[in-house]
Design a protein around this ligand. Structure first.
Ligand SMILES: [Fe+2]
Ligand SMILES: [Fe+2]
Length: 168
């Protein structure tokens, strides 16, 4: 994505969701790792940017406000899923966190049906029932793309560190 385009999208997200972006709980998710060394907060912002960009690239007429806000809240589970308390790596976080995120988001925000669908279904096919709205399909796809790039980047960085060690 071109830098100017990204800056424009980020500005639009700030305008549509300043309440979410400045809320203590959302800011606290910067302390929880999502993939590699990327926090849940940064991951959520990246997914929001990628979702809006994808929607526009495909020229899909959609509720962009729901896309931005739903994407920011899609992983609003508010815990570190890597800790033993939540079962570590081999836990059922992948299956359960959309429900937890939705419960947390509903306590703080008046969500639309589309925003609810985005949060509840973003892990499809793990969540079995597929998204109902196109907005949820867009965020689901963007989330998978961003999650994959974050994981690949982390693996490559780890390999590079190992290689440097071997070169010594
Ligand atoms: Fe998720
Ligand atoms: Fe995610």
């Amino acid at each position: 994505m071109k830098k100017e385009k990204l800056i424009k999208i980020m500005k639009e997200i700030r305008e549509a969701a300043s309440d979410i972006l400045t809320s203590p709980n959302f800011l606290s998710s910067d302390n929880n790792i999502q993939h590699g060394n990327i926090s849940v907060m940064k991951h959520s912002k990246k997914v929001a940017c990628a979702s809006l960009a994808l929607c526009r690239a495909l020229r899909i007429k959609a509720d962009e406000r729901a896309i931005m806000r739903g994407a920011l809240l899609h992983d609003y589970f508010l815990y570190d899923w890597h800790t033993p308390e939540y079962g570590g790596f081999w836990n059922l976080h992948g299956f359960y966190h959309p429900g937890r995120a939705l419960k947390n988001a509903e306590k703080e925000y008046a969500l639309s049906d589309r925003e609810r669908d985005i949060i509840r279904k973003h892990m499809w096919p793990l969540t079995i029932v597929p998204p109902k709205y196109k907005e949820a399909w867009i965020v689901t796809m963007a989330d998978k793309y961003i999650s994959t790039t974050e994981s690949i980047h982390f693996i490559k960085a780890a390999r590079a560190r190992k290689q440097r060690y071997i070169d010594l």
